[in-house]
Ligand binder design. Structure first.
Ligand code: FAD
Length: 117
C-alpha cells in the first residue's frame, strides 16, 4: 500500500489516463476474442492495481457494474461511468461523459487501419 496521498493521486491520474486511452482505442466492432480480452484485462487490472485499498473498492464497483465490452462506445462510456463512481466516493466533481470526444486521443490515429500499429 502506498502510504502517501500525493503519490496515490499521481498514480491514479496516470492510471486513469492510460485506462481511458485503452477504451478510446478499443475496436468499434470488436470480435468475441477482443471482447473477452478487454473483460479479462479489466478484471486483472482491478485485481492488480498497486493501491490495495483502491483495488478493493474498484473490484466492488466491477461486481456492481460489469465491464461493457460490446463496442468502443460501450467500453469508453462504461469506463467514464465507473471513474465517476470513484469520483463520487472521493467527493470529486462528476465528469460529463458526453464530453469524452477525443479527450483521450493516443497520438497514434495514423495507425488506425494498420495491424498491430
Ligand atoms: P482523477 O480522478 O485522477 O482524473 C484525472 C483526470 O481525468 C481529470 O482531471 C479529468 O480530466 C479526467 N476525468 C475525471 N473523471 C473522469 C471520468 N469519469 N471519465 C473520464 N475522464 C475523467 N484514490 C483514493 O484515495 N481511494 C481510492 O479508493 C481510489 N481508487 C482508485 C481506483 C482506481 C482504479 C484508480 C485508477 C484510481 C483510484 N484512486 C483512488 C485515485 C483517484 O481516483 C484519483 O486518481 C486521484 O485522487 C487524483 O484525482 P484527480 O482529482 O487528480 O483526478
Amino acid at each position: 500500500k502506498l502510504g502517501n496521498e500525493t503519490v496515490k493521486a499521481e498514480l491514479g491520474r496516470a492510471t486513469w489516463k492510460y485506462f481511458h486511452t485503452v477504451m478510446a482505442r478499443f475496436p468499434e466492432k470488436p470480435t468475441q476474442d477482443e471482447q473477452d480480452a478487454l473483460r479479462s484485462y479489466i478484471h486483472l487490472f482491478a485485481r492488480l492495481y498497486p493501491c490495495g485499498e483502491c483495488a478493493e473498492h474498484f473490484q466492488g464497483h466491477l461486481n456492481k457494474y460489469p465491464p461493457q465490452v460490446s463496442s468502443r462506445k460501450a467500453a469508453a462510456g462504461w469506463a467514464c461511468f465507473v471513474h465517476n463512481e470513484v469520483n463520487a466516493m472521493l467527493e470529486k466533481p462528476e465528469f460529463d461523459c458526453n464530453n469524452l470526444g477525443s479527450f483521450y486521443d493516443c497520438g497514434c490515429a495514423e495507425d488506425e487501419n494498420e495491424e498491430g500499429g
